[in-house]
Design a protein around this ligand. Structure first.
Ligand code: DHB
Ligand code: FE
Length: 309
């Protein structure tokens, strides 16, 4: 009867089988996750038809490239930020611009320019805005040569690269701050974002009775030598979903003010000789704890796979 066993013996065998060292942390976490899922299946009497429908959904989710949408919608992205914030508070590193989730739609390598840039291609309808400010350290000193990587959605709430109808790097730029640590860019105010309809993500949200909307926002990855790279977002005020973001990413300190300003000199190089909307925002960066901390990297570029011993 060596191969006949009950479910607790099965769990023991699954989680303790070992032919070589592997990686201890991966073993420990996998053991916990498998045990919790076994328990969930038992407790809720999950039937084979339900289990295999869920696996089919996971396969479709992976194939659709939407795993990052589900992690955000189920709160994992914000959870990781909350845990980092707590660690910062314990270490006395809580000053500076708050972090906010990267989201699944960052693309490295956007076109780079000095001091200023125009993000849109002139075809996006909506209100022209200029966002401008200074990148500083937490003492308030300006940081020349900092890189402000910015990305946002088009008028349909879609992001270039993921939306094949847009040109590469539309609404994505990297701007290097000038000798005074200043940056500025011109674009068109984006609307909110909604998860794609008829997708694995929307299937789950429908079943959960949840909406998949994010309030209008602009993403940033900001880095400077010796400073901790900052991933954040600002929100545009007045959006219906500002306090009801499906990705739980809005932060009270990151809702900007829109200033309606008249036509004026000083913006010719951005092609603006008319009234526009202005957003002023300074980024404040923490000192970096190490070299890794300062690197200008998105989350998938930064991710480190565990190695087997
Ligand atoms: C998602 C989309 C975003 O634009 C964002 O900033 C965060 C999350 C998403 O679809 O999960
Ligand atoms: Fe986004």
């Amino acid at each position: 009867m060596k191969n006949e066993f009950d479910r607790s013996e099965l769990l023991r065998r699954v989680t303790e089988a070992r032919a070589k060292d592997g990686n201890e942390r991966v073993r420990t976490i996998t053991k916990r996750v498998v045990a919790d899922l076994f328990k969930t299946i038992e407790e809720f009497e999950v039937k084979p038809v339900e289990f295999w429908a869920a696996m089919q959904w996971l396969s479709r989710l992976g194939a659709s490239g939407q795993i990052g949408l589900i992690t955000a919608g189920l709160g994992f992205d914000r959870l990781l930020d909350i845990l980092e914030d707590e660690a910062d508070a314990r270490a006395g590193l809580a000053a500076g611009t708050p972090r906010a989730i990267e989201g699944p739609l960052y693309v490295p390598g956007a076109p780079q320019s000095e001091y200023e840039a125009r993000l849109d291609n002139g075809k996006m309808p909506g209100s022209v805005y200029v966002m401008e400010g200074t990148v500083r350290d937490i003492e308030g000193n300006p940081l020349p040569g900092a890189v402000v990587d910015v990305w946002h959605a088009n008028e349909k709430g879609a992001y270039s690269h993921f939306d094949p109808s847009q040109e590469p790097y539309n609404l994505r730029r990297r701007i290097v701050t000038d000798a005074q640590g200043r940056y500025r860019f011109r674009s068109v105010l984006p609307p909110g974002y909604a998860i794609p309809p008829d997708s694995p993500t929307s299937e789950l949200f429908d079943l959960l009775g949840r909406h998949g909307n994010r309030p209008a926002h602009i993403h940033f990855l900001v880095s400077a030598g010796g400073k901790r790279a900052l991933t954040t977002q600002v929100n545009i005020p007045g959006d219906t979903y500002i306090d009801d973001d499906f990705a739980f990413a809005t932060r009270d300190g990151l809702v900007v003010t829109l200033e309606e300003v008249p036509a004026q000199g000083g913006y010719e190089s951005l092609g603006i000789d008319f009234a526009f909307t202005r957003i002023r925002f300074d980024f404040k960066l923490q000192p970096a704890a190490g070299e890794q901390d300062a690197l200008h990297l998105g989350r998938y570029e930064r991710a480190v796979a565990p190695s087997a011993a």
